[in-house]
Design a binder for this molecule. Structure first.
Ligand code: CAA
Length: 386
């Protein structure tokens, strides 16, 4: 086993770290406070190759591997979780899905502008009445005599929905077939029949924009079907396997930021004549934070390696992705909680970023499959039982 990274991997990590520390970290609190989408930063991230890291250069991306993606995501998330949410959905849920299941023409038309950061992509699976139980969706795509589709219905919790140019949408084409009656479509948000609903006021990742979207007789041509008709659920699940590695990376970056701030504070802050880091109760917390951070980091890299192997040799990496996401997100919640506690009043104050880390950590246990869903995926895959 070789724990060293390649020069290319170290190079994208350095590019992401530099941008994150110089351009994102100084403005993260302000964008969080205003709930404002950081458009200029996201466009610059596109120019740096960060919005389509694994996309081949012929389709506008950086042409790098899954480990590179994880390393870059960790750096962006360490500066601001909201920026990394936008980056993650663009890279994995949108670009990865189209790369894996789209035709060459679809990739040229719909991946290239999104991977290069000229426009933003989104992913629409969840509905007001169906989150974890994704096959219970009601959004309908009805096939017309000429092979095109009329789409009607609502989707909710769409990350980047308010600003996305294209959306990878999942809709029921044959409801009687359940999971096998779902089809994936590419949606152009400038076309008639597409509308945006309420924007979600959120606890955390407030600079990432999230809204409902609505379809009223939206017309999609046969050429806008992604993959085969009826294959949509498997496409969504395969895409989410990759997406979960992005969320695990985000949780690792966030945890690292909270952990590093805590080390500095525990050295500098004095109580009862000593640095608080010299008290055993603080030391125990720091040791457990470090163990959870390292375990999350290594499991996330293992998941990225498994994804790379699956791409080269076939097979799935669902378990590795779920293990990484579950461990890293629950660790992020725990680590940011301890970080706030060690910082005391300063952890609770908006003068420091700890309270933002704490609020941001919670979403990693919810989106792209809750912790409960990750446990279900892991246990089903391990036992073969349902
Ligand atoms: N890859 C490929 N195929 C898969 C798969 C995967 N990872 N997981 C399941 N499948 C296939 C199965 O093999 C099965 O195929 P067959 O019909 O050929 O047998 C089919 O899909 C149906 O599978 P299940 O019977 O296991 O489906 P289920 O209804 O029991 O659901 C689930 C399984 C794991 C609970 C799934 O519904 C799930 O992951 N739910 C969570 C949804 C989720 O993560 N939502 C997040 C929304 S996106 C988001 O958060 C976006 C954002 O903006 C950040």
């Amino acid at each position: 086993m070789d724990f060293r990274f390649t020069e290319d991997q170290l190079s994208i990590q350095a590019i992401a770290r530099d941008f994150a520390q110089k351009r994102i970290a100084p403005v993260a609190a302000e964008f969080d406070h205003k709930g404002e989408f950081p458009l200029a930063n996201i466009q610059e991230m596109g120019q740096l190759g960060l919005m389509g890291i694994e996309v081949p250069t012929e389709y506008g991306g950086a042409g790098m591997d899954s480990i590179s993606y994880v390393l870059a995501m960790i750096e962006i998330a360490a500066a601001d979780c909201a920026h990394s949410t936008i980056m993650s959905v663009n890279n994995t849920l949108y670009c990865n899905g189209l790369l894996k299941f789209g035709t060459h023409e679809q990739k040229l038309a719909y991946v290239a502008p999104i991977a290069s950061g000229q426009a933003i992509g989104a992913f629409a699976l969840t509905e007001p009445q169906s989150g974890s139980d994704a096959t219970a969706m009601r959004c309908r795509a009805t096939k017309q005599a000429d092979g095109s589709f009329l789409i009607n219905g609502k989707k909710s919790w769409i990350t980047s929905g308010p600003v996305a140019k294209y959306i990878l949408l999942f809709a029921m084409t044959e409801p009687e077939k359940g999971a096998r009656g779902i089809t994936a479509f590419i949606i152009d948000t400038d076309r008639a029949g597409f509308g945006r609903g309420k924007t979600e006021p959120k606890l955390g990742i407030r600079a990432s924009a999230t809204c409902e979207i609505e379809f009223a007789d939206y017309h999609a041509s046969a050429a806008e079907v992604i993959g085969q008709e009826g294959e949509g659920f498997k496409i969504a699940m395969g895409v989410l396997d990759a997406g979960r590695i992005g969320i695990a990376s985000q949780a690792v970056g966030l945890s690292r930021a909270a952990y590093e701030a805590t080390i500095v504070y525990s050295q500098e802050r004095k109580a009862f004549g000593q640095s608080i880091g010299s008290f055993q109760m603080t030391q125990a917390k720091i040791a457990d934070m470090k163990c959870k951070l390292d375990a999350s980091h290594l499991l996330t890299l293992r998941a990225a390696w498994a994804k790379q192997q699956a791409q080269e040799h076939g097979g799935r990496f669902s378990t590795e992705a779920a293990v990484a996401k579950l461990t890293a997100s629950e660790s992020a919640m725990w680590i940011t909680h301890q970080a706030v506690q060690i910082h005391g009043g300063m952890g609770y104050s908006k003068e420091m970023p700890l309270e933002r880390y704490f609020r941001d950590a919670k979403i990693t246990e919810i989106y792209e499959g809750t912790s409960e869903i990750q446990r279900m995926v892991i246990a089903r895959n391990e036992t073969g039982l349902r």
